[in-house]
Design a protein around this ligand. Structure first.
Ligand code: PDD
Length: 293
């Protein structure tokens, strides 16, 4: 079946989809993006992702290319045309096209690109084996709270980890604290059962899945603590895990070659994943079928 992409007002065959070489997204990484999982045909945590998209655009003073209601229609139409049930939807919005210049004027027309890609959300292997991660120095720019397409440091960090035989990188700041994963938020469960993740202090992306998990954990009266932690603390934690829109909750079983806990996927990550999936199906007050006012 041919895949379709959406580019600036048109649904086009994926293989032929393109933007102009003078697009500022290409020339300056002057663009933001979102990734939304579609599970059983439903956009997961749609509201959280759209809210964050609007925030990212506002931080960079890029205009929203269409109303949110229109954006939602395009997302649904793209899902329909691609006939996907379980998939990841990617949306990039750039400041637009202009002759290459560090300065930019106010009148640019933002470029909007959307694609969907089938996904296997069973994550069977990662759940059975758990992930191994490696500490890599966080060399990203000072605004990782904005979801920009400037992903080269994260991509290089992940490649470095893979070349060393790990599955992913956990980024570490200049003070030795974990910021987040290459494309996910990082969590640990301490010996006395606290669930710890770094605060959204401007040094991480405030994950939509992270927010949902905090909501779910509070419902179950689990103790969530927001504070930075080091690689050494994570290595001696009872459990570790990551969260993201495309992987939900995945256990981390080793860090820099040292097993976390007993080196096997742990029960807290497993239960949180199950409850997060229940939440995304409408349990626990999830905003399913959300339409903006
Ligand atoms: N990544 N931190 C970073 C650096 C990320 O890139 C992501 C998401 C997250 C988790 O955020 P959320 O729960 O909203 O997905 C945290 C997406 C999935 C990606 O780039 O593919």
């Amino acid at each position: 079946m041919p895949r379709f992409a959406y580019v600036d007002g048109r649904y086009v065959p994926h293989a032929k989809a393109c933007v102009h070489i003078e697009d500022r997204g290409f020339q300056f990484a002057d663009a933001v993006y979102e990734v939304i999982a579609i599970r059983g045909g439903v956009l997961m945590d749609e509201r959280g992702h759209i809210d964050r998209l609007v925030r990212s655009l506002n931080e960079l003073k890029i205009a929203l290319p269409m109303s949110i209601a229109a954006l939602q229609l395009v997302m649904r139409e793209l899902v329909r045309r691609n006939r996907v049930h379980d998939a990841a939807l990617y949306m990039q919005i750039t400041r637009g096209q202009a002759p290459r210049d560090f300065r930019f004027g106010p009148g640019l027309v933002p470029t909007l690109v959307m694609t969907v890609r089938r996904a296997d959300f069973s994550h069977a292997k990662q759940l059975a084996d758990g992930l191994s991660v490696m500490a890599v120095r966080d060399i990203r720019w000072a605004r990782p709270d904005i979801k920009t397409v400037m992903l080269l440091p994260s991509s290089l960090a992940k490649m470095h980890a893979i070349e060393q035989g790990a599955d992913d990188a956990w980024l570490v700041d200049a003070d030795g604290y974990v910021t987040e994963g290459s494309s996910n938020n990082a969590w640990i469960v301490t010996g006395d059962g606290e669930i710890v993740t770094r605060p959204a202090d401007g040094r991480i992306l405030k994950g939509v899945t992270r927010n949902a998990l905090q909501h779910v954990a509070k419902l179950f009266q689990l103790r969530i603590v927001e504070r930075p932690f080091t690689i050494a603390e994570a290595q001696s934690a009872r459990e570790a895990f990551t969260t993201s829109a495309s992987a939900f909750v995945l256990p981390v079983v080793s860090i820099d070659g040292k097993p976390v806990g007993d080196g096997k996927p742990g029960p807290v990550a497993r239960d949180l994943r199950a409850q997060y999936l229940a939440y995304s199906n409408g349990a626990h007050g999830a905003p399913i079928g959300w339409t903006p006012s």
